[in-house]
Design a protein around this ligand. Sequence first.
Ligand code: ACO
Length: 428
Amino acid sequence: MSDKAILEIGGEKYELPTYTGTENEKAIDISKLRGTTNGVITIDPGYKNTGACVSGITFLEGDKGILRYRGYSIEELAAKADFLEVAYLLIFGELPNQEEYDRFHSDIKKKSIVDEDVRKIIDAFPKTAHPMGVLSSLTSALTAFNPSSVNVDSEEDMYNSVVKILGKFPVLVAWTMRKKQGLPLDYGDTSLGYVENVLKMMFRQPHEEYVISPILSNALNKLLILHADHEQNCSTSTVRIVGSSHAGLFASLSAGISALWGPLHGGANQAVLEMLKAIQEDGGDTAKYMAKAKDKNDPFRLMGFGHRVYKNFDPRATIIKVAADEVLGDLGVDDPILDIAKGLEQEALNDPYFVDRKLYPNVDFYSGIIYRAMGIPTEMFTVMFALGRLPGWIAQWREMRLMKEPIGRPRQIYTGATERAFIPVEKR
Ligand code: ACO
């Protein structure tokens, strides 16, 4: 691609600079377009062709099914890394050495205490509240208990805010679940690893010792890594855009959690499992649901299928499918839901509707099956996604602030009424 793009509007030609990323991705730089063309803007609903930023965190190439965090393949990280190492990598750019890792973990543990008054806020929610709504509110409430804003020009301040949220967030996740189940809220055990402690905080029963299962901790470690970042998706873009107004980190994250909740995004993992259960209860007739998904007059979509960026396969889904088989095998769980999922996947992979539209299983298609085998309630699935995505959101927020990005403020093309006179109510 030459270094200039030529745009012709009404016979007038404009030269636009181009931009090339380290993986040879090309972009036309339209940042000065409106000024030079006297008001012309681009329009791209859903931002399917719009790069909102330049970023050095995550590379993904949908057509080839490539996903890398800071240059490391997701396959290698999921097989070899620890979630906290990946969090450090995403946020600070490099894998930590042992000393950096130990300090990071120790600082996170020190900051994990949540103000006791947060319990009163949790108490005020009805038991029926969806955990994502509770988690978003609690994350926002943290701003009230930590009112001083982060000085983004101070490395120390930045670091402290990062370890603070990484420490407190899993506590909020566990408390959200335990409150719903009527269990006491506590802090687990900081002598454990980050992921093991999450499990203990979530599952420990008050009357017995909690023994960490390596099967569960390995599975959760893998799931959290696979969800840790995915460049400019809906929730991450939300975090960046809210943060671009210089709203604080916790407020930005709370907005990201709300964005993640939707069934077209992170909420899909809950929706997938509900769909699979509904198919099972309806006699397991997958063909019926395939037909519904293809019927344009039926709003039903095959949840867990399709992706805005992956039009070949979602590499995370490939890893998760193998993990689901392993975890269920290791735990000795024979889940008919997994058979329905596999059947549906096979049918879809051979169906021209799905093949033509390049609709493949995404990360959420199999993750719910693992969460279910681990004993995590369906309504908590998207919360688990949020726990995994936390380092990605933090990394993206930090990058956006360090790059001094301007406030996010898209334009629009107005299609409403042209100017008209006001008519008093009695004359309308
Ligand atoms: N089931 C049936 N048809 C589908 C599905 C599906 N799951 N997904 C897309 N399609 C069809 C659309 O109806 C459309 O058909 P048409 O061209 O005949 O009109 C075509 O495929 C393209 O779909 P779009 O919605 O335009 O694709 P887009 O890139 O905007 O959406 C999305 C991607 C939102 C993920 C979509 O595939 C979807 O709704 N999937 C189900 C929800 C889901 O699993 N979300 C999780 C995504 S992964 C994540 O966020 C972590």
